[in-house]
Design a protein around this ligand. Structure first.
Ligand code: NDP
Length: 444
């Protein structure tokens, strides 16, 4: 049995109840097979691939909190510190009822390669809680965040592990988490990113993932002789990534016509009104029915369906496994040119295979949404030098990083015989740097 297959079967045996983690490791190891085969003796000797798929540390903790009626609740908190070979652990916190160890491990594993691809010195980690901020008062969210940080603070630090936001963790939550960290430790340090601008946040961090997705998409299309300008886009999600992807797409002359949330989706043939979307989602924290109510050109549909709309480029920006094989077939039947993932692993394994087999240009989230974490690392740099850079400075650096990421993965794909397979290219380019650092640091 090859080393890759041995590790895959060990993973399946030890993680039978963690489907998302198995899906993520399988996707990565399959695309690294050629590289692993070529270095089998060396990697086996140092158990390099077993170490790569095994988190350095997994922290599971209880989060007790009291609601506005005085009723006590308990949630499950997680922080998985996956790999610190190239820098301190870095990765978001997700607050969503679906959070479990499988999801946090899958996200932490993906984060290793994504962070490596940015070219910046950051390791991989992820955390979160099965707490649902929807429908909670600000006071409840604050008490919850304070309780969460009262346990988490022991394991993080500006040079140790620097969490950020993710689904359900935006500016409000980061503020409460930061306040509690500072209160307990007395340290005013860059321990979290995605902070508010008045207390150490970076300009352009809010926009970074969505903007970065468009910078990379534009560069990838350009290198295939296609102009983004004038193209019709479908976008899923209506959160941070989706909103700023839509905004940048419009600035670059493309036309996004959809968005969605967990209950329904919008088709707006005249193009999404970003100001209205922000008002509905960021200010009122309302459902998309509110958007449709205020925009005559918009149609609202219950359930899911954005990928049934004819488009040139699809940008899934909501959550994992939202773009299924059926969606991929619809996209191909409707003549889609490219799919770039704003969310983490939004495309199922089968759907990815189908898109690649049908010659759709496909860039996975690891590369396509790396702009968020890259800008978080820029926030860390600003905190370390106690300076803030202008919006243009950060945005220009972000643009350069996304262009570099595309060319690095494109070249890695070509070098290892996978020309045009950007999934393999991203995994290989991300892996090689981490593997090299792990080899240099010995058996730790
Ligand atoms: P938000 O919480 O801001 O938005 C998530 C959006 O997706 C919301 O519109 C939400 O709907 C929808 N959604 C969430 N879960 C589901 C579900 N199970 N089914 C259908 N819709 C769902 O999160 P972000 O925009 O920050 O993150 C989106 C994705 O991008 C995630 O995969 C995240 O890991 C990834 N990502 C985010 C980065 C960032 O910087 N924010 C960086 C890199 C990756 P509703 O409004 O109803 O809650």
């Amino acid at each position: 049995m090859s080393y890759t297959d041995e590790v895959l079967s060990m993973l399946a045996e030890k993680n039978a109840s963690q489907p998302e983690f198995l899906q993520a490791t399988k996707e990565v190891l399959e695309s690294l097979r050629t590289v692993i085969d070529a270095n089998e003796a060396e990697y086996r000797k140092t158990a390099l691939i077993e170490r790569l798929v095994t988190p350095e540390r997994q922290i599971l903790f209880r989060v007790p909190w009291v609601d506005d009626n005085g009723v006590a609740h308990v949630n499950n908190g997680y922080r998985v510190q996956f790999n610190s070979a190239i820098g301190p652990y870095k990765g978001g916190l997700r607050f969503h009822p679906s959070v479990n160890l499988s999801i946090i491990k899958f996200l932490g594993f993906e984060q290793i390669f994504k962070n490596s691809l940015t070219g910046l010195p950051i390791g991989g980690g992820k955390g979160g809680c099965d707490f649902d901020p929807h429908g909670k008062s600000d006071a409840e969210v604050m008490r919850f965040c304070q309780s969460f940080m009262t346990e988490l603070y022991k394991y993080i630090g500006a040079d140790v592990d620097v969490p950020a936001g993710d689904i359900g963790v935006g500016g409000r939550e980061i503020g409460y988490l930061y306040g509690q960290y500072k209160r307990i430790t007395g340290l005013y340090e860059g321990v979290l990113t995605g902070k508010g601008l008045t207390y150490g946040g970076s300009l352009a961090r809010t926009q970074a993932t969505g903007y970065g997705l468009l910078y990379l998409t534009q560069e990838m299309l350009k290198s295939n002789g296609i102009d983004l300008e004038g193209k019709t886009l479908v976008v899923s999600g209506a959160g941070n990534v989706a909103t700023y992807a839509i905004e940048k797409a419009q600035q670059l002359g493309a036309k996004p016509v959809t968005c969605s949330d967990s209950t329904g989706w919008i088709y707006d043939p005249e193009g999404i009104d970003v100001a209205l979307l922000k008002e509905v989602k960021e200010v009122k924290r309302a459902r998309l029915t509110e958007y449709a109510a205020q925009r005559p050109s918009a149609q609202y549909h219950e359930g899911k369906g954005v990928f049934s709309v004819k488009c040139d480029v699809a940008l899934p920006c909501a959550t994992q496994n939202e773009l299924t094989l059926e969606d991929a077939k619809l996209l191909v039947a409707n003549g889609v040119t490219a799919v770039c993932e704003g969310a983490n692993m939004p495309t199922t394994y089968e759907a990815t295979e189908y898109l690649l087999a049908n010659k759709v240009l496909f860039v996975g989230g690891k590369a396509a949404n790396a702009g968020g974490v890259a800008t978080s690392a820029l926030e860390m740099s600003q905190n370390s030098e106690r300076l803030s850079w202008t919006f243009e400075e950060v945005d220009n650096k972000l643009h350069g990083i996304m262009v570099n990421i595309f060319h690095n993965l494109d070249e890695a794909a070509k070098e290892y015989g996978f020309a045009g397979n950007y999934v393999a290219g991203a995994n290989i380019a991300g892996f090689l740097k981490v593997a090299d650092a792990m080899k240099a640091q010995g058996l730790v």
